[in-house]
Design a protein. Structure first.
Length: 592
């Protein structure tokens, strides 16, 4: 289909859109005559408009989508199907393929001969999108061929700033590690690792994955719980990259057959960042995962975590109890630790002796005595907890209740006049009771100790830069229990540079808060099953995770699809009364 070319000149379009003044256009045209460059290049180089603005204006005139190419947005392997020479001649970069349709970024997306040639080369239908010529040239240079110049690759990614490694207690490195450090110091490998760390810190990533690939190395990072590609270094660099990261993490670079762990503190972007490095051998080589703990990203204010007003008031009331057990539950990566740290921030004071047992200690906080579990020397959760009880504590935080022994000590501490905060892996708040009963905690002890349970998930927030109204399908509304909201406008992100075209930026918590009331306490004392506790909690006004999420979607903080994604596994292992009722509990077949 032939696309209608824009009738107006670029300068006129920008002025009409209010993005450029007459004076700026006159100045840019004068510079264009002297330099011989295209007007768009001059406007960008002079800072008069951004590349994304320029693409957006031109794409609107063509009736197409515009794109600013960047790492993680394209499948670089598709470039090999076209070849560097043809890609340069056609000024086209394949982005991704869905079944038999390939989306291609083109400098001239209305060129039918170019589209026909791309169709011939790829045997796919071509869906063109607009990109700036210099942006296309940059990506072709970066990704074509395996003999890519490493320094050029890094220069095109980012200016390589220094990452300062802060020495830990283990000052001495072995001779092999020291020699390697001198060998690679100032080399492209150091620069590449620095770039990966700096970019991850800038983008707020939680983890960096350095993975061996048949074609070389793949470096990805996790932002807002979702994996994204950061870069694909040239082949032959994987061992050197792994060795460099191991040196930074104070790990044994000669050991490649066994998993290892390392830890180091760096300064990047002027911020202190703790790194935890984990290595594991795979079929193609060692894989590294670097966990980034950036203190500046730690949000310990409860009001900013995502709590609605009523659940927040309930949670604070639970924390004001002089003693008892408060649990925070949810799957791995649901933000339990952040919620506990926000509780500690609320409770810490010079008048309170607050002690934590963690594996590992993720963030250091003032006025809190934090203990790092070390199984290798026998400092386990139960042993640390027993020692803490002889340290005159007021409040104890347990990083995770993993076994019966830890659960029993935690319950005993809660019954003997201490406020105990802990995390547990369950899907919802009532399920926490069943989990502790499964750990052989007696119902009469648990009913006396438990103050309340918070179950949570993390949902991605709608990007404010590209937020737009939309109407979800009736099926989605029905699944979310919001069928009465048919016709109501919700919000989602359409994708932009700010959010890496995901439509989401940042995350917030979805919280189900169940306070142990007298009625719920009696059910726990009887050893009631999860479904009975759930029904009682609902009757007393406790909103489920999906209901809380629905309120957040209605407020526009996140999308309905995102809420359904994170709450679909809500509920305990089963809601079948016969299956989740303990054998000796009232109502079970055995008890009958």
């Amino acid at each position: 289909m032939k696309l209608r070319a824009p009738q107006k000149k670029l300068g006129e379009l920008l002025i009409e859109a209010g993005l450029l003044s007459e004076e700026q256009l006159t100045q840019a045209l004068s510079l264009q005559k002297r330099s011989g460059k295209m007007l768009g290049s001059v406007l960008i180089s002079e800072g008069m408009v951004t590349g994304s603005v320029l693409v957006s204006v031109l794409a609107d005139q063509l009736g197409l989508r515009g794109v600013v190419l960047r790492h993680g947005l394209i499948d670089t392997s598709l470039l090999q199907e076209i070849g560097q020479e043809e890609a340069t001649r056609l000024q086209a970069v394949p982005m991704f393929r869905v079944r038999d349709t390939m989306t291609v970024a083109m400098a001239e997306p209305q060129s039918l001969p170019a589209i026909d040639r791309l169709r011939q080369l790829t045997s796919c239908k071509i869906k063109p999108v607009l990109a700036l010529p210099q942006n296309i040239e940059q990506f072709i240079d970066q990704n074509a061929g395996q003999d890519l110049d490493v320094d050029g690759f890094l220069a095109s990614l980012h200016h390589s700033e220094d990452v300062e490694v802060i020495a830990t207690e283990e000052e001495e490195q072995d001779e092999v590690a020291a020699n390697l450090d001198r060998l690679v110091d100032g080399s492209p490998i150091v620069n590449l690792v620095n770039v990966a760390m700096l970019q991850a810190v800038k983008d707020g990533a939680s983890d960096i994955h350095i993975e061996p690939d048949r074609k070389g190395t793949r470096i990805r990072y996790r932002i807002d719980g979702v994996m994204r590609e950061l870069m694909q270094p040239p082949a032959g660099m994987h061992s050197a990259i792994v060795s460099r990261v191991k040196v930074v993490g104070k790990m044994d670079i000669a050991e490649r057959r066994l998993p290892q762990e390392g830890r180091v503190r760096i300064v990047a972007e002027g911020r202190d960042v703790d790194l935890r490095v984990s290595s594991i051998p795979t079929l193609l080589g060692e894989k590294l995962v670097i966990r980034l703990l950036d203190k500046s990203n730690l949000n310990v204010r409860m009001e900013q975590l995502g709590f609605r007003e009523d659940p927040l008031d309930t949670f604070k009331r639970m924390l004001r109890q002089p003693y008892g057990l408060v649990l925070v539950t949810g799957p791995t990566g649901s933000g339990k630790t952040t919620t506990l740290y926000s509780a500690l921030d609320l409770l810490r004071s010079p008048e309170t002796n607050l002690v934590t047992v963690e594996d590992p200690v993720e963030y250091q906080m003032d006025l809190i005595n934090q203990i790092h579990v070390n199984d290798a020397v026998g400092l386990t959760f139960p042993r640390a907890l027993r020692s803490i009880l002889r340290q005159d504590p007021d409040i104890i935080m347990i990083g995770e209740i993993r076994d019966e022994e830890t659960a029993r000590v935690a319950v005993q501490a809660a019954l003997t006049g201490h406020l105990v905060l802990a995390t547990l892996h369950t899907n919802d708040a009532p399920g926490a009771v069943s989990r502790l009963l499964d750990m052989s905690i007696e119902p009469y002890l648990l009913s006396g100790a438990l103050v309340g349970v918070v179950a949570q998930r993390l949902a991605r927030k709608v990007c404010v830069a590209c937020a737009a109204k939309y109407h979800p399908e009736p099926e989605l509304l029905a699944e979310a229990g919001l069928i009465e909201k048919t016709g109501r406008a919700f919000r989602h992100g359409t994708g932009c540079r700010e959010c890496h075209d995901t439509g989401f930026k940042g995350r917030l918590g979805v919280y189900e808060v169940m306070e142990v009331t007298p009625k719920i306490r009696r059910l726990i004392h009887r050893g009631a099953a999860s479904h009975q506790l759930r029904e009682m909690a609902r009757s007393e006004g406790v909103r489920t995770l999906s209901e809380e999420g629905g309120e957040l979607a209605l407020s526009g903080a996140t999308s309905l699809e995102e809420i359904l994604r994170v709450t679909r596994n809500e509920g305990d292992i089963t809601d079948d009364p016969e299956l989740d009722t303990p054998p000796d509990a009232p109502g079970s077949k055995e008890a009958a």
